[in-house]
Design a protein around this ligand. Structure first.
Ligand code: FAD
Ligand code: NAP
Length: 535
């Protein structure tokens, strides 16, 4: 009998999981509480219980070539950064074209996931689902949790003395849908993440006054990077990652802070992070500096206390006559259908082997997909996690459950020491390329760069110096996509296609030859300096 896998949620992580289970010959059943695929990208004009909720104006902050399913590029004419409705259209098309919809049970909520009494022998799970008020218990061989992590708001009301006296209204960014209700109002936004800055900028066109309070500041980046290319196509490259990894930390920190300050000096805008070199997620907002420069948004430190009508900040300044406060203070992780001892989520601390398998289970029949956060996009990360998890789960039927993970790990000997190092994911931040390569090496899909340079130098140059786009992880090995080579070589064409709506000369694209020169000249230069110094 085939391994039956329950998948919780039909967002991008759930869809990737269904597809990867099918690739491995497993039998997936996906339960989705909503009526459509897409997860948080399925917009609703009100926040729905148990589902992520976004505002009407959300545009992606990853570019289309970097956030696709690795064998499913976006249409050429899609903009590089997409409105949520376009991304949702793409996700729906993916689910249809890959024939995934028939594995999804919509409007069905998973209310409980418990180990079967025979768990130690079988590794099986008892899953209770609810549809139209009727509950049903079903036994599965394995579970993939894809329920998202932007659902449960972090509303730190207890951190703000006096808030209980405040007479205006307050809400979490999860409940913010658009600016109209704030027309002419004085609004305080707490939190300088992507939500806080998007919302403040949008409000600044209608509201009477907008302030952002930030306790630790953030780097604010443009989506448009060097030579006008999308930021992630320039920053997320193997070459840049190599440089970042070989430089001494103080040099790499200095370069990072310098790069972050090239667009504008954050200190002068009140935005500068308290811990500058800390690689916390930057804010991508092209308008925030300009709105600050025009006086439409002001930045303030943390709130010390609230009164009936105002906020007193830690520097003693006051924002008077506030009508509304928006807490753009992020989210907590929660798995209400699961006993806390399976995935500890107290204080946002989650212990997961490579961000996927709870190690204390012993048997790898439960995987969490889509929780790891990095500077890379969510879709390719979820795809690779799901491919690895599905392969491990396939092993459950081939080997006794308790030893399945170890037997799997033993097959990839070169990674063994690293594999056994547990990933205690406290902040859930990880380096994208390192993480993807590590997962890729478990399943034999990590691109072999030296081999590529020998056999296909044109492709190798693009893979190494160009963007580390998702196609790279379906270029070789199991699950290889025959279109990957072409997708990589044409990624810049799809990038400039939607902006070159008035084509006069030939399109420009980055010249990797100069990067190659830089790479060769770097050690030569270093050697020369050392020789001069010591002679
Ligand atoms: P979700 O999309 O949240 O899907 C989870 C699904 O599980 C939902 O459909 C939900 O209904 C279902 N579900 C939950 N509980 C149950 C249950 N008990 N029973 C049944 N079904 C259940 N990432 C990027 O890479 N690039 C971006 O530009 C980007 N922009 C973002 C913008 C915003 C405003 C936010 C909040 C996040 C953004 N992200 C972005 C991160 C985002 O989390 C991922 O892009 C991705 O959509 C997460 O997908 P997911 O499938 O893991 O979770
Ligand atoms: P977030 O990134 O977690 O940011 C939360 C902010 O709230 C941080 O600035 C944090 O400050 C602050 N905060 C938290 N607790 C606080 C407290 N007790 N007191 C004061 N400040 C507090 O949340 P988010 O902005 O909602 O973003 C969630 C995810 O969605 C991110 O991955 C983001 O990229 C994504 N997103 C993307 C887009 C887009 O693509 N356009 C838009 C919105 C969101 P500290 O930094 O000091 O902790």
């Amino acid at each position: 009998m085939r391994t039956r896998v329950a998948i919780i949620g039909a967002g991008v992580s759930g869809l990737a999981s269904i597809r990867c289970c099918l690739e491995e010959g497993l039998e997936p059943t996906c339960f989705e509480r909503g009526s459509d695929v897409g997860g948080l990208w399925k917009f609703s004009d009100h926040a729905e219980e148990g589902r992520a909720s976004i505002y009407q104006s959300v545009v992606t902050n990853s570019s289309k070539e970097m956030m696709c399913f690795p064998d499913f590029p976006y249409p050429d004419d899609y903009p590089n950064y997409m409105h949520h409705s376009q991304l949702q259209e793409y996700i729906r098309t993916f689910a249809q074209k890959k024939d995934l919809l028939r594995y999804i049970k919509f409007e069905t909520v998973v209310t409980s996931i418990k180990k079967c009494p025979s768990f130690l022998v079988t590794g099986q799970w008892d899953i209770v689902v609810e549809k139209d008020g009727n509950q049903e218990s079903i036994i599965f061989d394995a579970v993939m949790i894809c329920s998202g992590h932007h659902v449960y708001p972090n509303l730190p009301t207890n951190s703000f003395p006096g808030l209980e006296k405040f007479q205006g209204s307050y809400l979490h960014s999860r409940d913010y849908k658009g600016p109209e209700v704030f027309r002419g109002k004085r609004v305080l936004v707490i939190g300088l993440g992507n939500s806080g800055s998007d919302i403040a900028v949008e409000l600044s066109r209608l509201a009477a006054q907008v302030m952002i309070s930030t306790r630790s500041g953030s780097w604010v980046m443009s989506r448009v990077w060097d030579d006008g290319y999308p930021w992630d196509m320039v920053y997320v490259t193997r070459f840049a990652s190599f440089l970042r990894n070989i430089l001494p930390p103080f040099v790499s920190d200095w370069l990072y802070v310098k790069k972050m300050n090239t667009w504008f000096k954050h200190e002068n805008y009140g935005l500068v992070p308290l811990n500058g070199p800390l690689r916390k997620e930057p804010v991508f907002n092209d308008e925030l500096p300009s709105r600050i420069l025009c006086g439409a948004v002001s930045i303030k430190p943390n709130v010390k206390q609230f009164t009936e009508t105002s906020a007193v900040f830690e520097d003693g300044t006051v924002f008077e006559a506030i009508d509304s406060i928006i807490f753009a203070t992020g989210y907590d992780y929660a798995y209400p259908f699961l006993d806390d001892s399976v995935i500890k989520s107290r204080n946002n601390e989650v212990t997961l082997f490579k961000g996927v398998f709870p190690p204390q289970l012993g048997t790898p029949t439960l995987a969490v997909i889509g929780l790891v956060q990095s500077l890379g996009a969510a879709i390719p990360t979820a795809d690779l996690q799901a491919r690895w998890a599905a392969k491990v789960m396939r092993g459950i039927k081939e080997t006794p459950p308790r030893s399945a993970l170890s037997s799997w790990v033993n097959t990839s000997k070169q990674n063994r020491p690293k594999v056994w190092g547990l990933c205690f994911c406290q902040t859930l931040q990880t380096d994208y390329i390192t993480y993807m390569d590590e997962l890729g090496s478990f399943i034999g899909t990590k691109p072999n760069i030296p081999w590529l340079f020998l056999t296909d130098p044109q492709l190798a140059l693009e893979v190494y110096f160009g963007p580390c786009s998702p196609y790279q992880f379906r270029l070789m090995g199991p699950g290889k996509w025959d279109g990957a080579r072409n997708a990589i070589l044409t990624q810049w064409d799809r990038t400039v296609k939607p902006t070159r709506t008035r084509a006069i000369r030939e399109a420009q694209r980055p010249r990797h030859f100069f990067n190659l020169l830089k790479m060769i000249s770097f050690p030569v230069l270093l050697l020369a300096i050392l020789l001069i110094f010591y002679s």
